[in-house]
Each structure stands twice: as C-alpha cells, then as structure tokens.
Ligand binder design. Structure first.
Ligand SMILES: Cc1cc2nc3c(=O)[nH]c(=O)nc-3n(C[C@H](O)[C@H](O)[C@H](O)COP(=O)(O)OP(=O)(O)OC[C@H]3O[C@@H](n4cnc5c(N)ncnc54)[C@H](O)[C@@H]3O)c2cc1C
Ligand code: SF4
Length: 298
C-alpha cells in the first residue's frame, strides 16, 4: 500500500466533505479557523484564491458545501434538526470585516508576450482573466455592458448583492492589469480572430429566458415579462414599480428573485404558480423560505 501523499490537494478534497462538495474546492476549515482567530484578511484571501468572488458568494452562493458539512451528521443525536456550519455566511463575515488587502493581493507577473481576449465580463471571463494575468498574459475583456460583472450586476437583485461588492471584487481583477473594454459588443468572432489574439475565451453567458407562447400571450404583452429581462430592467432602474397583483410563473431561484423584487416594487398580492408541488420546487430552501416571509404565496 502506498503512503498517503498529503502534498496533493486531492487528498484533502476527498476527506473534507464540505471542501469536496464546493465546486471551487474552497479549503473551508482553513478559512473558518482564520475567522475564529480574527484574521479576516487572511480568511478572505483563502477564499479569493479559491473562488475569486468571496464577497459575492458570501451573499449568493447556492452553498452545496453546507448539506455536505459533517456537523449535520455529528449533531444528529443532539437535536431534531441538526444544522451544518453556516459556511456561506461566514464567507461574508470575512469579506465584510476585511481591511485593506493591498499587502495580500498578488502582483501580475511580467508579460509573457501572449495576448488573450475574453468575451463577456461575467464571473467566468473575469476568473479566466485573473488566472491568466497572474501568469503573465496580457488580457483584454470585452463586454457589451458598460461595467464588468455580467449577471452578478444585471440579474441578482441589489437587496441580495450591493453593487459596491461587485465593483470591489471586479476591481481586484482589473487592477492586475487586465484591460476592460466596456460598452463593446463583439459582433463578429471572425473579426476578433483576425486581430491576432493568441487565444479567445468566450464567456458570453446564457442570457435568454424561456417564453411561453400560450393563448393571450401576445395580446397581453405589455403586462407579461420574461424573468431575466425584467430583473435586468429593475437592476438598471428602468422599472421602478409594478401592479398590485402579480403572478410569477416558475419555481426556481430566478422566480424567487422576481417574486421578492415584485413585493419591493409595490406588488401586494404576489402569487407563485408552479406545476410541481412545493417540495419539488427548484429554488433553494432558504429562497423559498424568504419568499414565504415576504408575504408572497404559492
Ligand atoms: C435572476 C438570477 C439570479 C441568480 N442568482 C444567483 C445566485 O444567487 N447565485 C449564483 O451562484 N448564481 C446565480 N445566478 C446565476 C449566475 O448569475 C450565472 O451562473 C453567472 O453569472 C454565469 O456567469 P458567466 O460569466 O458565464 O455569464 P454572465 O454572468 O451572463 O456574463 C456574460 C457577460 O457577457 C456579456 N456578453 C454576452 N455576449 C457578448 C458579446 N457578444 N460581446 C460582448 N459581451 C457579451 C454580457 O453582457 C454579460 O456581461 C443567477 C442568475 C439569474 C438569472
Ligand atoms: S459557500 Fe459556495 S464557494 Fe463557499 S465553500 Fe460553500 S460551495 Fe464553496
């Protein structure tokens, strides 16, 4: 039998359940220990290296690490509903209590002579940009929108994610020397390829909601909105109010954001309509719970 090689991160991924369950394999126990020691800057940096947007994720992550947390099993004998460690919210604690990170942030390596274009400035492209800038690549990010952030900025409602958090974490990346060309939609990949980039990363996201072409849909178009288009209009303050009675079709997290935004914009009677039962609704349990406490019904 070969001895365990603890120099390989895979070993820790597999034995630390929460770390293995996190898509970014964030070293959860390490940063929680640092928070417990009051070292918020260091805890933030452990996250930053691993998941790039700790302040954003501390507010919005779907937290697959938490159902995997051992406390949920260890505590089984101690109570009816054993709770996992609040891993996600602790990430926010580190982000909100950190100080000036100037001394911690890495510097981009000297240029390696290669140029990379990223299409889109959402979390996918920005992550590529960060990692390549640190390896010495000259990275240029194009986005049709004037500011970086993608859906983090245009979709996630401000009451869940303040814009200052997005600005700060995008700036950490741009400050590594990444060039950002906002308000620049890439219309032709052929043209871009012709500009001699060494590589092009397409991080354009999936910005299409699903329409329902039911009888009456066209006649009532003025009062029917697609979730993601409507949320973007709310986010950019093109829409500031909604009627008194609102129906939200769908039971995923986008529907929950629509539901809560509708309540905040003046909807008094907001109903969620789903084909499935309540238990089968796709939204995360805490999203469903918040919907319930905001006066909406399904
Ligand atoms: C309502 C809603 C709520 C969500 N809430 C959460 C949440 O709480 N937690 C979570 O983890 N995820 C959430 N998500 C999902 C998350 O936003 C996406 O998974 C994530 O943003 C995808 O990142 P991305 O970089 O691939 O694309 P995007 O974030 O969509 O970014 C793509 C960018 O590319 C730009 N672009 C597209 N085409 C071009 C072009 N031709 N030229 C230039 N630029 C272009 C767009 O303007 C955009 O800025 C939510 C999604 C929605 C719709
Ligand atoms: S909150 Fe999200 S990013 Fe953080 S450890 Fe859990 S799954 Fe990973």
């Amino acid at each position: 039998m070969r001895p365990t090689d603890i120099r390989k991160p895979d070993y820790f991924h597999k034995v630390v359940d929460c770390q293995w369950a996190c898509p970014a394999h964030t070293p959860v126990p390490e940063y929680i220990r640092l928070i417990a020691a009051g070292k918020h800057d260091a805890a933030y940096m452990v996250n930053w290296w691993s998941n790039v947007f700790p302040g954003v994720l501390g507010r919005t992550c779907d937290r697959p690490c938490e159902p995997a947390c051992r406390r949920g099993r260890v505590e089984e004998g101690n109570g009816e509903k054993p709770e996992p460690v609040a891993i996600c919210r602790l990430k926010r604690v580190a982000a909100d209590n950190k100080g000036d990170l100037g001394a911690y942030m890495p510097k981009a390596k000297g240029g390696n002579g290669k140029r990379v274009a990223c299409i889109g400035a959402g979390p996918a492209s920005m992550t590529v940009a960060r990692d390549l800038a640190l390896e010495g690549y000259a990275v240029t990010v194009f986005d049709a929108d004037p500011k970086a952030g993608g859906f983090m900025r245009s979709q996630v409602p401000r009451f869940r994610l303040p814009e200052s958090v997005i600005d700060e974490e995008c700036d950490f990346i741009l400050d590594l020397g990444v060039e950002f060309r906002g308000g620049t939609r890439v219309e032709s990949l052929k043209n871009l390829i012709g500009q001699g980039w060494d590589a092009i990363f397409v991080g354009s996201g999936a910005p299409r909601g699903r329409d329902l072409d039911l009888p009456g849909r066209r006649e009532a178009a003025a009062n029917i909105h697609l979730g993601i288009d409507w949320l973007a209009s709310v986010s950019f303050q093109h829409i500031e109010k909604i009627g008194r009675r609102v129906i939200v079709l769908g039971g995923g997290n986008t529907a929950m954001d629509c539901c809560r935004s509708a309540r905040r914009l003046g909807g008094e009677d907001v109903k969620v309509i789903v084909r499935s039962g309540y238990e089968e609704m796709k939204a995360s349990p805490w999203e469903k719970k918040t919907r319930n406490t905001k006066g909406s019904r399904s």
